[in-house]
Every structure is written in C-alpha cells, then in structure tokens.
Design a protein around this ligand. Structure first.
Ligand code: ADP
Ligand code: ADP
Ligand code: ZN
Length: 215
C-alpha cells in the first residue's frame, strides 16, 4: 500500500499515519520528523532547514526531494509506505512521480484530510509531542494520563517551536498557496479521496481504512 496523507498543518496526518503504521506495518515517512531530527543533530541539512521551519516557510524542494528519494529505496518500503507531509508543492509531486516510476511503483491513494481553519489553530496550539518516541498528544483532545509525560514511554512532552499562533497562521497561508493545488493535481490523476478530518481520530482512521479497502 502506497499512500499519501495530504492536508494542512494540524489536520491529523501524523496521528493517522502512526495509527496506519501500527495496523499495516508499513513505514511512516514524515519529512517534518526527518527534518526536525536533522535540526536536533545540527547536521548541515538541519542547520540550513531550521531558518525555513522556524519562519513557517517550506524547506527548498531539492532538500526534501533528496530525503524522500533516499528513504523510498530502503527495504522497509518494499511492502508500501505512508507519506506524511510530502509532497507539499507541485514540483515535489512531479519529482515523486518520476522517483516512483523509476522504482516501478505507483500510488494507491492520496487521502486529503479536510479540517476548518479555526480547528487547525486550536489543534496546533494545543499539540504536544513526546521527545523520546514522537507520539503526539493534545492538551484537550488527547491528553496524556500524567501531565507532560508520554503514556507510551514515559518521555517528556514538548511543544514544537513552530506551533505558536503567528507561525501557525503563516504555515496555513503557505499551505493554501503552495500545497492546496495538489488536491486538484491528484484528483486529476484519479487517486484522490477526501476524508472529513473534523471527526474524532478513530472515526477518521476507520474512513481512511475504508478508502484503502476499496482499492
Ligand atoms: P499534522 O501531522 O497534520 O500536522 P497532527 O496529527 O500532529 O497533525 O495533529 C495535530 C494535533 O491535533 C495533535 O495535537 C493531535 O493530537 C490533534 N488531533 C489529531 N487528529 C484529531 C482529531 N480527529 N480530533 C481532534 N484532535 C486531533
Ligand atoms: P505540519 O504538518 O504540522 O505543518 P510538518 O512536521 O509536516 O508539520 O512540517 C514542519 C515544517 O517542516 C514545515 O513547516 C516545513 O518548514 C518543513 N517541511 C516538512 N515537510 C516539508 C516538505 N515536504 N517540503 C518543504 N518543507 C517541509
Ligand atoms: Zn513517548
């Protein structure tokens, strides 16, 4: 199963990708997670990416395309993968198409998660992430059992630097201008499925699974 989760920041892509990984044992490829790991380790790529990420802008296409190309060649992608947060521009989508073509692969589905703007802001300002295992939480919609501590591994939860209201608004603008055109792009390719992302997490998951089962 080769799947893209498309949607604005806060739509629930990471949350749904993690649930799908557990269900189908295929890897989640999150360019955001890979970039944040590079920032944390201060690699040359991380140092370059940090300014874009902190400003709510996209990291240049050639950087993320390089990351994904390399990742898709790994053995664990043989049975499928979930792309979370990539592609985000038409140039990235074109590059993905040629990479997959070169590997003799084709996408099965592009799921677009639809969520109202104000709900996105509320989700992102309340988002917390485990620093050890990466599990996501929400202070109101999915709180941990013990304040500030991950249920799964006991790690400390943190708030991402870019999850402040000003940067969130900027990221939502960038989404509208640079990523939203991909909805028409994949509709035109006949692989788009729109899912109501305003539903509770398990309902959204069920709907995505239904889309995949219909393939
Ligand atoms: P994305 O990866 O698309 O940016 P996340 O999966 O990180 O989004 O979700 C953003 C925030 O919203 C997280 O705090 C998450 O717990 C919460 N969230 C995700 N899905 C839902 C949902 N269906 N209803 C309410 N909150 C949600
Ligand atoms: P969210 O979906 O919550 O906005 P991500 O973790 O996917 O967050 O991305 C965080 C940041 O990483 C983005 O704002 C951007 O700077 C960078 N980034 C992630 N994926 C891409 C991509 N495919 N193209 C360009 N920049 C990206
Ligand atoms: Zn954890």
């Amino acid at each position: 199963m080769k799947l893209i989760l498309l949607g604005p920041p806060g739509a629930g892509k990471g949350t749904q990708a993690k649930m799908l990984t557990d269900r189908f044992t295929i890897p989640q490829i999150s360019t955001g997670d890979i970039l944040r790991a590079a920032v944390k380790e201060s690699t040359p790529m991380g140092i370059k990416a940090k300014t874009f990420m902190d400003g709510g802008a996209l990291v240049p296409d050639e950087v993320v395309v390089g990351i994904v190309k390399e990742r898709l060649q790994k053995d664990d992608c043989q049975r499928g993968f979930i792309l979370d947060g990539f592609p985000r521009t038409v140039a990235q989508a074109d590059a993905l198409k040629s990479t997959l073509g070169g590997l003799g692969k084709e996408l099965d589905a592009v799921v677009s998660l639809e969520v109202d703007t104000e709900a996105l802001v509320e989700r992102l300002t309340g988002r917390r992430t485990c620093k050890d295992c990466g599990r996501g939480y929400h202070v109101k919609f999915d709180p941990p059992r013990a304040g500030g501590i991950c249920d799964a591994c006991g790690g400390k939860l943190f708030q991402r630097d870019d999850d402040n209201e000003a940067t969130i608004r900027k990221r939502l603008d960038v989404y509208g201008q640079q990523t939203m055109p991909l909805i028409a792009y994949y509709r035109n390719d006949g692989v788009l499925a729109e899912v109501d992302g305003m539903q509770p997490m398990d309902v959204v998951q069920q709907r995505i699974v239904s889309v995949l089962q219909a393939k």
